[in-house]
Design a protein around this ligand. Structure first.
Ligand SMILES: NC(=O)C1=CN([C@@H]2O[C@H](COP(=O)(O)OP(=O)(O)OC[C@H]3O[C@@H](n4cnc5c(N)ncnc54)[C@H](OP(=O)(O)O)[C@@H]3O)[C@@H](O)[C@H]2O)[C@@H](O)CC1
Ligand SMILES: Nc1ncnc2c1ncn2[C@@H]1O[C@H](COP(=O)(O)OP(=O)(O)O)[C@@H](O)[C@H]1O
Ligand SMILES: [K+]
Length: 461
């Protein structure tokens, strides 16, 4: 089992293609089943294991794992939902010489290994499988899913079973699949670990990757406040939101954060306040990124300011909150300066409509249509540009409190202004810092605490 940070996230079809490109299908199943067997053996500590096998290759992995456990002298029983149907599963089942019990009334065991369905699940589970599976998972003291919990749709993360039971551990085979990073599937999986199968990075070269911690260097010895990145924030009707973004930008490492507009002088004294008589005030070439949207309001003045900034095309932009409701996405593709859009689900729908597929698919489609970096926020956050996507599978659900999105906007703007990588890398760095600050904040914190925590989060890198 190896770390999964930065690794690929691969759809069912791409996984099958990688398997074909590899060629040695028997070898892959051997490695998968053995990897599962080794992990289960370590965790089972001698307790009896029940392996449930389905008709396809997921079931084949189960037969290989059961055979390995038996050969190691472990107490193991096998039950099946159906006879093996794929050639690989037939060959694997033939090497299991013990009894195979029918699923319906099989006795539970302390350790349950679910190898019923993996990436080949094609429709909802019917009750003849779902009911005994749920009973056995719930009766086990440790339930382990092989590749995916049976009942989880690989590419969308949807649940194709009612009252899906919860597993302690899911052993992803070869690579993570979208369901390993998407809700509601993820909440049923317990800890997720990867069993490497030796598939080449080239064969797995999906365009979607798990987020990894950013590499953020300390300021150069000769750095000054502007070289560290200057962030300008357009203030609208609710100045508090803009202040949160400004504080987050500074605590993420920006050297200078200025609020442009009518803001009260509340908040950290380090935040600079400037009037916004006309948009020419934002022509300052030292500005590295402009934030527009947090607390902006949706009146005509706000709409005009956004349109002016987009048309001017003079600075990188981070467009959030209210500005997303005022945005005409058709104005984006021809810009030279990067644009990062940070919608939550409601804002995403307002700009791009419902879209189709998973949040990964929808974010990628939006990025392709606009040329912008799209940060689709939610329990899982997807950061996409025209060519690739980076997924943050969330973490602390206490982030669901007002103002945390404004903090994220500031963190992303700081990374963009500080030129921490390409725009998609800057956006991903901001998302990572924000989530890690959220993890450090624990429970029932407020957005102000989250902004404060960014300083120590940055220090941890
Ligand atoms: N890719 C790789 O690199 C590697 C992949 N490996 C493993 O292969 C797994 C994928 O195997 P797979 O393609 O055979 O699909 P799998 O999940 O076993 O199910 C297909 C079977 O289930 C059936 N079926 C489907 N839904 C059903 C339902 N609701 N109710 C009832 N039946 C249903 C379906 O029947 P059908 O839809 O045709 O009627 C078919 O018979 C993957 O997750 C991993 O574990 C590793 O071994 C090695 C490396
Ligand atoms: N359940 C959750 N789990 C993890 N992160 C979450 C959850 N809910 C919200 N977040 C994160 O919190 C932030 C909320 O942003 P947003 O909805 O724009 O809030 P606001 O508009 O109040 O600032 C986003 O970064 C989002 O990814
Ligand atoms: K499974």
């Amino acid at each position: 089992m190896i770390a999964i940070e930065g690794g690929p996230v691969v759809t069912a079809a791409a996984m099958r293609a990688a398997e074909q490109a590899h060629g040695d299908l028997t070898g892959l199943m051997e490695r998968a089943g053995r990897g599962v067997g080794e992990a289960v053996r370590r965790l089972a500590a001698g307790a009896e294991v029940l392996v449930l096998c389905g008709p396809g290759n997921n079931g084949g992995d189960g037969y290989v794992a059961a055979t390995y456990l038996r050969d190691m002298g472990h107490r193991v029983r096998v039950a099946c939902t159906d006879v093996p149907r794929s050639d690989l599963a037939k060959a694997a089942a033939a090497r299991w010489t013990g009894p195979v019990e029918p699923l319906a009334d099989v006795r539970s065991a302390a350790i349950l290994v679910d190898a019923v369905f993996g990436t080949g699940l094609s429709r909802p589970l019917d009750a003849t499988i779902a009911d005994p599976l749920r009973r056995l998972v719930e009766a086990a003291s440790l339930a382990v899913a092989v590749d995916l919990p049976s009942g989880v749709a690989t590419d969308s993360g949807a649940l194709l079973v009612e009252d899906a039971p919860g597993y302690a551990l899911t052993l992803a085979l070869g690579a993570l699949k979208p369901a390993h990073v998407l809700q509601p599937a993820m909440r049923t999986m317990g800890a997720i670990r990867l069993v490497p199968l030796g598939l080449s990075a080239h064969d797995l070269s999906g365009a979607v990757a798990m987020i990894a911690p950013p590499r953020l260097a300390a300021p150069d010895p000769d750095s000054h406040k502007y070289s560290r990145g200057m962030v300008a924030i357009v203030v609208g009707q609710m100045a508090g939101a803009a202040r949160l973004s400004a504080e987050a930008a500074l605590r993420s490492g920006a050297g200078y954060a200025a609020l442009y507009g009518d803001a009260s002088e509340l908040g950290p004294a380090a935040i600079v306040h400037r009037p916004l008589a006309d948009m020419a005030s934002l022509d300052d070439p030292r500005i590295g990124a402009i934030v527009i949207g947090p607390g902006l309001g949706r009146d005509e003045a706000a709409r005009a300011r956004l349109a002016t900034l987009i048309a001017a095309d003079r600075h990188p932009l981070v467009v959030d909150g209210d500005a997303l409701h005022l945005l005409d996405p058709a104005t984006l593709p021809d810009r030279d300066c990067p644009v990062i859009l940070t919608p939550h689900a409601g804002e995403f729908k307002a700009v791009f409509g419902e879209g189709s597929g998973s949040v990964i698919d929808r974010a990628r489609d939006a990025a392709r249509a606009t040329g912008a970096v799209v940060v689709f926020k939610g329990a899982t956050t997807v950061i996409a540009n025209r060519h690739r996507a980076i997924v943050h599978p969330g973490g602390n659900s206490w982030l669901s409190t007002a103002g945390t999105g404004d903090v994220l906007t500031g963190a992303i703007a700081a990374m963009l202004a500080g030129e921490h990588g390409t725009p998609i890398e800057a956006a991903a760095a901001g998302v990572w810092l924000h989530a890690e600050a959220g993890r450090r904040c624990g429970t029932s914190f407020i957005a102000d605490d989250l902004a404060t925590a960014l300083t120590l989060t940055r220090a941890s890198l």
